[in-house]
Design a protein around this ligand. Sequence first.
Ligand SMILES: *[C@@H]1O[C@H](CO)[C@@H](O)[C@H](O)[C@H]1NC(C)=O
Ligand SMILES: *[C@@H]1O[C@H](CO)[C@@H](O)[C@H](O)[C@H]1NC(C)=O
Ligand SMILES: *[C@@H]1O[C@H](CO)[C@@H](O)[C@H](O)[C@H]1NC(C)=O
Length: 320
Amino acid sequence: MLLTAVAALLIVTPVIGYRPRPDFKPNSSGLNLVDIKYHMGPVLTANITIHPIWYGPWRNSQKNIIRDFINSISAVHSKNPSVAGWWKTVQLYTDRKGANVSRTVLLGEEVNDRFYSHGKSLSRSSIQSVIKSAVTAAGMKRLPINSGSGLYLLLTSDDVYVQDFCTQICAFHGFMLQPIVGYTRLLYAWVGNSAELCPETCAFPFAVPEYMAGFKALKSPNGDVGVDGMISLIGHEVAELATDPLGNAWYGGQEMARVEIADMCEGIYGTRDDEPYTGSVLKGKDGATYNMNGIKRRYLVQWVWNHVVSDCTGPNALVK
Ligand SMILES: *[C@@H]1O[C@H](CO)[C@@H](O)[C@H](O)[C@H]1NC(C)=O
Ligand SMILES: *[C@@H]1O[C@H](CO)[C@@H](O)[C@H](O)[C@H]1NC(C)=O
Ligand SMILES: *[C@@H]1O[C@H](CO)[C@@H](O)[C@H](O)[C@H]1NC(C)=O
């Protein structure tokens, strides 16, 4: 289950590494044991702007896979099933006034932290320091401060270790209250490239743990196991930040085992059928597995919880 660390100025909700369980078939009767409910806090109803912070060395080809994904969320002309169609489930969540989550998600300004300003091994608190420096740094390019619906997305390269990475978490999101004098809060998420450390845990199903002898790793849609694996995690975090930015809006479960809308559907990429590990997904002519189209590429992104129908839903659902 999920851990929620609560400290004075910090609340984080991590994504546990998805471990495929051969005996586990996700289905709604099991999921319904947890009920996602609204707790009266804000959701992100204004245009959302995502600011990537590239920590460590990143190739432009890798950045473009991620940039194109972010730019696909509100794109109007992608082929179905689309990333924009996936976001429609997130838009079903409203605040106390009945305003929906924004349909607009924009790629904002970016910065590089190529030389590991806080080292190659980051603790939870140094993650916050990296993000703070990205908005306050003197003498170098810095990110604009948007304490409303700006999302600061820290992306660490495959040679960077983050506390509990691989053993307990693949990514997490949180917020800082009064991070800088004059500003009320900053929303952020961290997602690491697991290619070197634990692709079988954090980039499943593009890599498979040894104990799953019978399951062959699927071919990733953009030829980069680590980055293609990050896409689903980025989708997970952005969906949860939009619907539960301060940990007091849409969630379920017990206080110490909170579950948010993407936690409910981890490892589910399609209609549940005879394929217990992913659900029904698509295969390109090149053999790559995906479940949605972006503006220039294909992606495999987990589904999210739909509170209207009480099930995980996604744009590639099969009509039964
Ligand atoms: C769904 O999950 C529950 C609880 O794990 C299980 O008892 C039930 O048989 C499952 N149903 C289907 C259709 O797989
Ligand atoms: C929000 O985004 C839309 C679409 O890009 C744009 O037309 C609109 O002007 C933006 N609104 C604000 C307040 O920035
Ligand atoms: C807003 O949310 C409500 C309640 O879930 C839903 O019925 C409606 O379709 C949503 N609107 C949009 C534009 O998604």
